[in-house]
Design a protein around this ligand. Structure first.
Ligand SMILES: Cc1cc2nc3c(=O)[nH]c(=O)nc-3n(C[C@H](O)[C@H](O)[C@H](O)COP(=O)(O)OP(=O)(O)OC[C@H]3O[C@@H](n4cnc5c(N)ncnc54)[C@H](O)[C@@H]3O)c2cc1C
Ligand code: SF4
Length: 492
C-alpha cells in the first residue's frame, strides 16, 4: 500500500481536458496527462482493501491495488508487469472503458472512487515511453496453426495470447486495417488511431500475421480455413445494426451511425472509401439512441460543424445517483454525460419517433415524434410505454443517425458456410467459460458470441477463448486465466 492516509489527504482529481470550444476544431484526443505529483497522489488514494472489490468489478480481473502501489513507488516496470499480466491492451481500456472497477471501488461507498482508469492509462503510456512494451518471444514453438477471424479487441487479445503460447497465428480482417471497432467505430477524439497502430506493430514483431482486405466466407472459403488450421477463433463482432422501420425510412439523409462514424474515421486516417459522403456540416442533426454510439455521433457532428444537434432516447432519463435498485458495488445505470455531450447537444428522454417526413425531392425534412411515459417493474426497470396524449409534434432536421445498437453478427457467409450454430439471440453459440462452438475446432469470442458489449469484455473473452484453444491443442495451458489474481499472489 502506497500511503495509508492517502485516501484521507487527497481528493479524486481527473486530468485536465482541452476546453470544448477548442477541441471540436479537430479530431485529436484532448485529455492531458497528470503531472507527476498528481499521479502519485491519485495512486496514494487506494486503500489496499482486504477484499478489493475493484478486482471483481473488472471483467479482466485487473490486479488494481498492487499496480496502484507500484505507481506510488514509481516502479514503472513492476506496474507495467502487473497490469499486462491481465490486460493485453491497457492503452485501449485506459481511454474508453466505462470502468466497472471504479463503480465497485470500496472508496466509492462514501468518497469518489480511485481514478483507476486514468492510472491504468498512465502506466501503459509510461511503459511505452520507457521502451518496456516489447514483443513476447514464446519459450517454445508448438507448430500449431491458428486462424483468428476479426481483428477487434477480442480477436487481437486471442491472437496475442495464442502467439505467447507458441502457436503460429494469422488474423483475417475484411477491413483494410486491423482494429475492428477500435479502428473504424470509435472516433479518434476518444482513441487516436496511432495508439492502435502502435499495438499492431508490437503484435507483428511477436510474429502474428495480419491478412487484411480478406473476408472469410467470401475471399477465403470458411471450410478451407477450418481444414488448413489446427483451430479457428471467430471474433467477427456484432455487426447488424437495429433499424427503425417506420414510414419515411427510405428518405435521403437517414443513416446508420456506423456508416457515418466509419467514414469520418477513414477521412481522419486518409483512407479511401467509395460511398457517397455522409456529412453533418450545416445540418440540423438528430441522433436516435442514447448510448456510446449515439454520443460518438454527437461528437463527430459537432466537429463537422452541424447547425444543431439533438439526441433522442425512448427510455426514461436515468437517475443522477445510485438508487436502492442499483446499490454499490453493482455497475449503476445512472445518467452519463460524456465529453461529447459537454461539447454541445440537446438531449431528450422519453421521446419516440413515429415517422420520418420528407420534401418533394425525397429529402428528410423533419421527424414526427411523441412523448412517452414508462410503466416500471418493482426493480425500477421500464416495462412498457404509453404515448402522452397531445404531445405529437414535428422536429425539423436534415440528418438522422440511427444509433440504437446492434442485433447480432452477420450470419450470411462465414457463419452459414461453417455450419456454426447460433443461440436464441442469433449470436454464435458457444458457452461462456468454454468458448467452443458445435464445429469441433472452431471457437468464438467477443461481441460475435456475447452480443454487443464493451472493449474490456471483448479483451476478456479473447483471452479466455485463447486459453481454451491452447488446452484443446496441448492438453493443458500455460496461459493466465481470469484467476490470475490468485496466481499473482503466489508469485509476488
Ligand atoms: C461507435 C461505437 C462506440 C463504442 N464505444 C465504446 C466505448 O467507448 N467503450 C467500450 O468499452 N466499448 C465501446 N463500444 C463497443 C466495443 O467497440 C465493442 O464491444 C468491441 O469492439 C467488440 O470487439 P470485438 O472484437 O468482439 O468485435 P469488433 O470490434 O466489432 O471487431 C470485429 C472485426 O471482425 C471483422 N470481421 C467480421 N466478419 C469477418 C469475416 N467474415 N472475415 C474477416 N473479418 C471479419 C470486422 O470487420 C471487424 O473488424 C463501441 C461500439 C461502437 C459501435
Ligand atoms: S477497491 Fe478501490 S480502494 Fe480498494 S483496493 Fe481497489 S482501487 Fe484500492
Amino acid at each position: 500500500m502506497g500511503k495509508p492516509t492517502g485516501f484521507q489527504e487527497f481528493n479524486r482529481e481527473l486530468p485536465e481536458k482541452t476546453p470544448a470550444a477548442e477541441r471540436v476544431k479537430n479530431y485529436k484526443e484532448f485529455v492531458h496527462p497528470y503531472a507527476d505529483d498528481k499521479l502519485n497522489q491519485q495512486s496514494a488514494r487506494c486503500m489496499n482493501c482486504g477484499i478489493p472489490f475493484c478486482h471483481s468489478g473488472c471483467p479482466l480481473g485487473n490486479i488494481i491495488p498492487e499496480f496502484n502501489d507500484a505507481v506510488y513507488r514509481k516502479n514503472w516496470e513492476e506496474a507495467y508487469n502487473i497490469l499486462s499480466s491481465t490486460n493485453n491492451f491497457p492503452e485501449f481500456t485506459g481511454r474508453i472503458c466505462p470502468a466497472p472497477c471504479e463503480s465497485a471501488c470500496v472508496l466509492g461507498i462514501n468518497k469518489p472512487a480511485v481514478a483507476i482508469e486514468e492510472i491504468e492509462k498512465h502506466i501503459i503510456e509510461i511503459a511505452y515511453s520507457k521502451n518496456l512494451v516489447k514483443p513476447v518471444a514464446p519459450l517454445i514453438k508448438t507448430g500449431k496453426k491458428i486462424a483468428v477471424v476479426g481483428s477487434g479487441p477480442a480477436g487481437l487479445a486471442a491472437a496475442a495470447q495464442l502467439s505467447k503460447a507458441g502457436h503460429s497465428v494469422t488474423v483475417y480482417e475484411r477491413d483494410d486495417y486491423p482494429g475492428g471497432l477500435l479502428r473504424y467505430g470509435i472516433p479518434d477524439f476518444k482513441l487516436e488511431k496511432s495508439v492502435v497502430e502502435r499495438r499492431i506493430k508490437v503484435m507483428e514483431q511477436d510474429g502474428i500475421k495480419f491478412k487484411c482486405n480478406t473476408e472469410v466466407g467470401k475471399d477465403i472459403a470458411a471450410d478451407e480455413l477450418v481444414r488448413n488450421n489446427d483451430a479457428v477463433v471467430l471474433a467477427g463482432g456484432s455487426t447488424i445494426p437495429r433499424n427503425l422501420n417506420i414510414p419515411g425510412r427510405e428518405l435521403k439523409g437517414i443513416h446508420f451511425a456506423m456508416d457515418f462514424l466509419k467514414q469520418q474515421n477513414k477521412r481522419v486516417s486518409d483512407s479511401k472509401f467509395t460511398q457517397e459522403d455522409i456529412l453533418a456540416t450545416g445540418k440540423d442533426v438528430i441522433v436516435i439512441g442514447g448510448g456510446d454510439t449515439g454520443s460518438d455521433c454527437v461528437g463527430t457532428s459537432n466537429r463537422q460543424g452541424a447547425k444543431s444537434i439533438k439526441q433522442f432516447e425512448v427510455m426514461v432519463q436515468p437517475p443522477a445517483q445510485r438508487t436502492q435498485h442499483m446499490p454499490w458495488p453493482t455497475y449503476p445505470m445512472v445518467l452519463k454525460t460524456t465529453s461529447s455531450h459537454e461539447e454541445g447537444a440537446d438531449r431528450f428522454w422519453g421521446v419516440n419517433t413515429e415517422e420520418f417526413l420528407g420534401d418533394a425531392d425525397g429529402n428528410l425534412r423533419a421527424l414526427r415524434v411523441v412523448d412517452v411515459t414508462w410503466e416500471l417493474d418493482v426493480m425500477g426497470r421500464p416495462m412498457k410505454f404509453a404515448k402522452v396524449e397531445g404531445s405529437e409534434r414535428e422536429i425539423p432536421c436534415q440528418r438522422v443517425f440511427l444509433a440504437m445498437g446492434f442485433l447480432f453478427p452477420q450470419a450470411q457467409g462465414m457463419i452459414e458456410n461453417m455450419g456454426v450454430e447460433l443461440d436464441e439471440r442469433k449470436n454464435v453459440k458457444a458457452k461462456e467459460g468454454v468458448y467452443r462452438t458445435n464445429v469441433g475446432k472452431v471457437f468464438a469470442a467477443g461481441d460475435m458470441r456475447r452480443g454487443q458489449s464493451l472493449v474490456v469484455w471483448a479483451i476478456s473473452e479473447g483471452r479466455e477463448a485463447a486459453r481454451k484453444v491452447d488446452e484443446f491443442l496441448m492438453g493443458h495451458s500455460i496461459l493466465e486465466s481470469k484467476d490470475a489474481v490468485n496466481q499473482f499472489e503466489q508469485v509476488f
